[in-house]
Write a protein that binds this ligand. Structure first.
Ligand code: NAP
Length: 286
């Protein structure tokens, strides 16, 4: 039997805590506010941004969308981020990808102050995280850890393999697992014999963006598998990086797609926004 790590249920409980904290701030006259800077006209991205705004509203967080359009320049993006950075009424800043050609996400995100960097996009946030200093992790990476913690998956001393090394997911997940005392291996497109590496792991985090990359040969008996992948397959279906059905009865537990990491990611983004507002409020009050 393979246990399913239910991201929806976890997200619901995180959001309840967020709403309570946000109401608490509002009762003290602070409206927790996040700005989302968008520079694309991609329908899927715009719909995702609308879902963030709805989720924010449902947890008493104000989300302001700054739409720059797909033709904006690096200077336009920098200006929008700087405005949000300098506004004391803005607690969290999210730079939505994709960005126009010529605008590099991590370069642009240097303009987001780390205390407002609720999606851990500024390279300084990843540097701080890697150095054990307080910083927001990218929400997806934090969501992976939150799922593991919620299901009390032991990490200390266990072997964890992360498939993917992007600055958005793979690298920060690896850093967080390392900080939790796991023995961490990071795989990528140049890894030879991926299956041999992943099959030996106690915990596998799949973040390669390749539909059903990991099957039965890749997972050891009883391993815990977190599937970060969100891919559309040839039939237009949303699938993960893991062939979940192939793992039935083999893996100890796995997170599904959809309904795993995705909903937790949004909940964590909101939690980060409210935490940023709390920190700002306590700094202002002290
Ligand atoms: P990315 O920037 O494209 O990075 C993919 C990583 O996977 C790269 O490091 C790449 O290696 C590696 N990779 C690609 N093919 C591989 C293979 N065959 N074997 C081993 N490694 C391979 O993607 P990302 O932004 O990290 O996102 C990864 C996935 O997570 C995507 O499906 C994305 O949609 C999803 N995602 C989900 C959420 C969520 O909230 N659920 C959030 C963000 C991303 P190289 O470095 O060698 O190229």
């Amino acid at each position: 039997v393979t246990d399913i790590l239910d991201g929806k249920a976890l997200a619901t409980s995180i959001r309840a805590g967020v709403a309570e904290a946000a109401q608490g701030l509002r009762s003290r006259g602070v409206v927790p506010t996040m700005v989302v800077v968008v520079a694309t006209d991609e329908a899927a991205t715009l719909s995702y941004v609308r879902s963030i705004v709805r989720a924010a509203a449902a947890t008493a967080i104000e989300a302001v969308v700054v739409e720059l359009g797909p033709d904006s320049s690096a200077a336009d993006v920098a200006a929008a981020l700087r405005t949000a950075a300098e506004d004391p009424g803005v607690h969290g800043v999210l730079l939505q990808t994709p960005l126009p050609v010529g605008v590099t996400p991590s370069e642009a995100a240097l303009a987001i102050p780390v205390e407002k960097d609720i999606d851990g996009a500024n390279p300084a946030s990843l540097g701080r995280l890697s150095s054990g200093l307080p910083a927001f992790a990218p929400a997806t990476a934090a969501a992976v850890m939150e799922l593991l913690a919620a299901y009390q998956v032991p990490l200390s001393g266990r072997s964890a393999v992360v498939v993917g090394r992007s600055t958005v997911v793979g690298r920060p997940v690896a850093q967080l697992l390392l900080a939790a005392d796991a023995t961490v291996t990071v795989c990528h497109s140049k890894t030879t014999d991926l299956a041999a590496v992943t099959a030996a792991a106690d915990i596998v985090v799949a973040a390669a963006g390749r539909p059903r990359l990991l099957g039965r040969a890749h997972i050891g008996s009883g391993a815990v598998v977190i599937d970060v992948g969100t891919n559309v397959d040839d039939f237009g279906q949303l699938v993960g990086d893991v062939d979940g059905e192939a793992l039935d009865g083999l893996a100890g537990a796995r997170s599904p797609v959809p309904g795993g990491v995705g909903p937790v990611t949004t909940a964590i983004l909101l939690r980060n926004a409210v935490q940023a507002a709390q920190s700002a409020a306590s700094t202002a009050g002290s």
